[in-house]
Design a protein around this ligand. Structure first.
Ligand code: ADP
Ligand code: MG
Length: 698
């Protein structure tokens, strides 16, 4: 059989050692198969030929047909260019080259019919096409119509004459050399059930579409396959893991939970909270280890859900712990939870780096004896030194600071892995969560507690700062507090710190009657805590800060969030920051301050922020604007988003569909033994071998 994966790319006609090395380095293409799976990023309809008279400067790529009437060169040095005047009888268009002029001289002839392809632009009132693709009519492939593939290329590739056009020719060479059909990688039953084009046909059509319909079918088949194997991989791992790790069974809802529910719970649960608690209960009773991601926008009441889940653990004779990313947040959780449990006989302890000596020892021994029921702390503390009598549940707040590897380490804390509830306010779009945390089940709190006033978001130009400060003064006069945030970007920390310091003294000058506190990431923890404390207690009316306050801080009396240089923040960051206000009963405001000049995507970000408070809508928009590789939290997750053809945003529905198909395969063939699935397991094995990231997903 013709094994494409075994054929070195350098032996493909038209490649050779030098170009092979460029293809290796630039595209990671080593074999003929790799090349075939390098898909076009777009197609251009070359079925239509325009007349030159029709052209204007606003068109996408077009194709004209004509003869060159003459050449000229113009300009000096780097401005030097070669111009050819092309006519089709309806008008003249200038073809222009700025590079590679020497090689071009003599290549194209006058009075020969050419098909010219490129993007027309207007310069000095004349229409021209720079660096066009030119084929003599006699040999042009696309004169009679068709979709031409376009491949991404890099500068280095271009220097080795590996243009999109050249890649296209190499693809044709691969296809020509095939002696038989490319072996199928999906099972016959899946192909039939989902009406998928066979692999061979799909690969041929994705590079050389017979027509638009065949292209669509080819793309669908290839996307289906790509997403299917990602899901099959995750679900297979999840299945194996569930077989390996049994979970504690929390069968009872008992006295502690019920007492809390009937006597201590200060308000009605929202419907979303109730639903999520049900989902959690089902997990805890299932005998399998729970691995659940709880998503809920800032202020949606996740802490309460976490607490009630912990109480279920307690009712079944287990301990629970809750981890927060910072000491401040751990402290806040501790305060909230002890208050909520007031009057109940449940020992709750807080453990942070600053709790030392006897006090620490008492907590540690209380954990070992089982006397401490709930431990609240920072990630760092709990990871290293703490041992429990019977840890049954771990709650992790703000998951994006807590990686997969750290999660795994928790399992060593007891003989069986505890149930895990991960909470995040960074709404990860569902499609992304599926690929990222395939084995984490997802619960969503999609409802805020009643009575919240939506935060009003305003875009303000920095030239209007005086009037902005005027409104701030009014808020402070009414007894409210204000955050002012400055950007902090790693590469320019020094400059940013300077911005922050300048901002700080500026704010101090502008508000002489107020106490202003200041927090940034370079401060020592103790110093930072002291400054935070000033704000939490209400002594300071204004807090000037970098994004260190992004996550979790709860000061219900703060009603204004001013974000300076808002153009320098990502969407999800802006949303997180905005979530610091609007936690009390008062109307709150978020002011996004920028200069007049804004790039297009910045303007879009700001518009979205002004338009909506919905974290999921913002996360989806963020995904669309930035692409998944940039999304917060995805970098640490160990999943590279090198999807070749599917698009996590646009193909979200397909992903969902394909996940069910993969789930069915795993359910029906848990041990990978059915002959009809042989091709699937073989392909999965091959993919796991070549894609190192796939091993990290579980
Ligand atoms: P987050 O999801 O951001 O962690 P919190 O758990 O801190 O949100 O809850 C935000 C606020 O809403 C808290 O003050 C909490 O007491 C309150 N809260 C939570 N659930 C409800 C509810 N069902 N009804 C009213 N208020 C609630
Ligand atoms: Mg919270």
């Amino acid at each position: 059989m013709f094994d494409l994966a075994a054929r070195d790319i350098k032996f493909l006609p038209g490649v050779g050692p030098q170009r092979a090395s460029v293809l290796n380095k630039e595209l990671g293409v080593y074999t003929w198969q790799d090349l075939l799976y390098y898909f076009p990023y777009k197609y251009v309809d070359r079925s239509r030929i325009y007349t030159i008279r029709e052209l204007d400067g606003n068109m996408p790529y077009v194709q004209v047909r004509g003869q060159i009437l003459g050449f000229e060169t113009a300009g000096e040095g780097r401005q030097r260019r070669l111009i050819a005047h092309l006519s089709d009888g309806t008008g003249i268009v200038d073809l222009i080259w700025f590079q590679g002029i020497k090689g071009l001289v003599g290549r194209y002839k006058m009075h020969v019919e050419y098909i010219v392809f490129g993007r027309p632009t207007v310069y000095n009132g004349r229409i021209n096409i720079a660096h066009p693709d030119i084929d003599a009519v006699a040999e042009a492939k696309f004169t009679s119509g068709g979709l031409q593939p376009f491949y991404n290329t890099t500068e280095k590739m271009k220097r080795s004459f590996l243009s999109s056009h050249a890649i296209e020719k190499l693809m044709a060479n691969v296809v020509q050399q095939l002696t038989g059909p490319i072996p199928e990688t999906l099972s016959a039953s899946i192909l039939a059930a989902h009406h998928l084009m066979p692999l061979h046909e799909a690969l041929a059509n994705v590079h050389f579409p017979g027509n638009a319909e065949l292209l669509r079918k080819a793309q669908y088949r290839l996307k289906f396959e790509e997403l299917f194997y990602i899901q099959l991989n995750i679900l297979r791992y999840a299945h194996d893991r569930q077989r390996k790790y049994r979970g504690y069974v929390f069968s009872r809802v008992g006295e502690i939970f019920n007492t809390f529910y009937s006597q201590n719970l200060p308000f009605q649960l929202t419907n979303a909270q109730k639903r999520v608690l049900k989902e959690i209960r089902r997990d805890l009773g299932s005998g399998r280890q729970m691995n659940r991601l709880l998503q809920g926008d800032v202020g949606s009441g996740k802490t309460l859900v976490a607490l009630m889940t912990m109480l279920m653990a307690l009712d079944n004779g287990f301990q629970a712990c809750m981890m927060a990313p910072t000491e401040i947040l751990a402290g806040q959780h501790y305060a909230t939870i002890t208050e909520l449990l007031a009057g109940m006989d449940v020992r709750v302890e807080l453990l942070t780096g600053s709790i030392k000596g006897k006090r620490r020892e008492a907590i540690l021994s209380g954990l070992l004896s089982g006397d401490v029921k709930i431990l609240i702390g920072t990630h760092a503390v709990i990871e290293d030194t703490v041992n429990f009598a019977s840890l049954g549940l771990v709650v992790i707040d703000e998951q994006h600071r807590f990686g997969v590897a750290q999660r795994a380490r928790l399992w060593t804390k007891s003989s069986q892995p505890p149930h895990v509830l991960v909470m995040t306010a960074t709404p990860i779009p569902r499609t992304l969560a599926m690929t990222l945390y395939g084995d984490l089940d997802v619960s969503v709190i999609d409802e805020l507690p009643p009575g919240r006033k939506p935060i009003v978001t305003i875009h303000q130009f920095d030239s209007r700062r005086a009037s902005l400060y005027e409104s701030v003064r009014k808020q402070i006069a009414e007894g409210h507090q204000v955050y002012i945030v400055y950007p902090l970007i790693k590469e320019s920390e020094k400059i940013d710190l300077k911005n922050l310091e300048e901002g700080y003294s500026h704010v101090c000058d502008a508000f002489p009657d107020c106490m202003v506190c200041k927090v940034h990431g370079k401060m020592k923890p103790a110093e930072k805590d002291a400054q935070m404390q000033l704000f939490v207690t209400g002594e300071a009316q204004i807090m000037v800060a970098t994004t260190v306050i992004e996550v979790g801080v709860n000061v219900p009396n703060a009603s204004v969030m001013i974000i300076e240089n808002a153009d320098r923040f990502g969407l999800s960051q802006l949303h997180q920051l905005r979530g610091r206000v609007g936690r009390g009963a008062e109307q709150s405001y978020c002011i996004l301050v920028t200069g007049y000049k804004l790039a297009e995507d910045t303007r879009k970000r700001i518009e979205i922020m002004v338009r909506t408070n919905d974290g999921f809508e913002i996360a989806e928009a963020d995904l669309k604007l930035r692409g998944p590789g940039d999304l917060e939290g995805t970098q640490q997750s160990g999943v590279a988003f090198d999807l070749k053809i599917a698009d996590i945003v646009r193909d979200g529905q397909l992903l969902q569909y394909v996940r069910e198909v993969a789930q069915k395969v795993v359910d029906e063939d848990p041990k990978g033994e059915l002959p009809e699935n042989e091709v699937l397991w073989k392909q999965l094995k091959a993919l796991r071998k070549t894609n190192v990231n796939w091993a990290a997903i579980s």
